[in-house]
Design a protein around this ligand. Structure first.
Ligand SMILES: CC(C)(COP(=O)(O)OP(=O)(O)OC[C@H]1O[C@@H](n2cnc3c(N)ncnc32)[C@H](O)[C@@H]1O)[C@@H](O)C(=O)NCCC(=O)NCCS
Ligand SMILES: Nc1ncnc2c1ncn2[C@@H]1O[C@H](COP(=O)(O)OP(=O)(O)OP(=O)(O)O)[C@@H](O)[C@H]1O
Length: 198
């Protein structure tokens, strides 16, 4: 049975993780997305919702955790970030482990885990390789603001992340996300390399 190669995909906010992850999906590679898992837990996982309701009552309503409200709460009290992460990250790890178990059961040779806080949470130590997606700081800011996030929230989130230069330095692979075509080509090359080697 071939061993599963787990590729960690990361990059700072707005650098192109989701877009790149979708290219792996288009190539039939299994992808797990930490942000999507958080969003799912916020509407389905009673234990997580209850704990967040204790931490930030205003951010929880009948539909679960409201992320816009949660962002505002975090902006007012940034010390809540660490407490929030203590609630969310263990639940996320279980979600991710279930995905990896399934990949192994299916004898897949490659799986991608898209984790914004990959270096910050030490996930670089258990993945087999790290792919960092990156573009210029100006491009990054323009992309995030265009998507509707306000400048203050962008700065707040960016401040909590490992700097782009450090991410690039610690990566096994780096892809510049300036054009979709370039990323698609690089993703296909990487899939070929990683599925051939293992
Ligand atoms: C801060 C929240 C409310 C913002 O929600 P929103 O819908 O606006 O953004 P989304 O969830 O899509 O995240 C966008 C980007 O923000 C960055 N980000 C999210 N959470 C964090 C965090 N705790 N620290 C640093 N950056 C973060 C990532 O680059 C992510 O890709 C939300 O991300 C959240 O609840 N985060 C806490 C859980 C967490 O740590 N998630 C990171 C993945 S493990
Ligand atoms: N290779 C690319 N070429 C051109 N534009 C891109 C490329 N990759 C991403 N973008 C654009 O940049 C924006 C952010 O991309 P994406 O949502 O993939 O980033 P992200 O890293 O997942 O963001 P977040 O950290 O907020 O979750 C999107 O508007 C997307 O269209």
């Amino acid at each position: 049975m071939s061993k599963l190669y787990v590729l960690g995909l990361t990059g700072s906010i707005g650098m192109g993780k989701t877009t790149t992850a979708n290219m792996f999906r288009d190539a039939q590679i299994a992808v797990w997305d930490a942000d999507a898992a958080v969003h799912e837990l916020y509407t389905t996982h009673t234990d997580t919702i209850e704990k967040i309701a204790e931490l930030a009552p205003i951010a929880v309503d009948g539909d679960g955790v409201n992320r816009d409200r949660l962002r505002n709460v975090l902006q007012a009290d940034k010390s809540l970030f660490a407490k929030l992460e203590q609630i969310v990250h263990p639940a996320i790890r279980m979600h991710r482990d279930a995905f990896l178990t399934k990949c192994r059961e299916l004898s897949l040779s490659l799986a991608v885990v898209d984790i914004p806080l990959l270096f910050e949470t030490g996930a670089d130590e258990w993945v087999d390789g790290v792919l960092v997606v990156s573009t210029s700081a100006d491009n990054q800011r323009a992309r995030v603001l265009k998507r509707g996030m306000d400048e203050k929230s962008f700065e707040m989130i960016l401040f909590r992340q490992t700097p782009d230069a450090e991410k690039r330095a610690r990566a096994d692979f780096v892809i510049e996300t300036n054009s979709l075509e370039h990323v698609r080509t690089e993703v296909h090359k990487l899939i070929e390399q990683l599925t051939k080697e293992h």
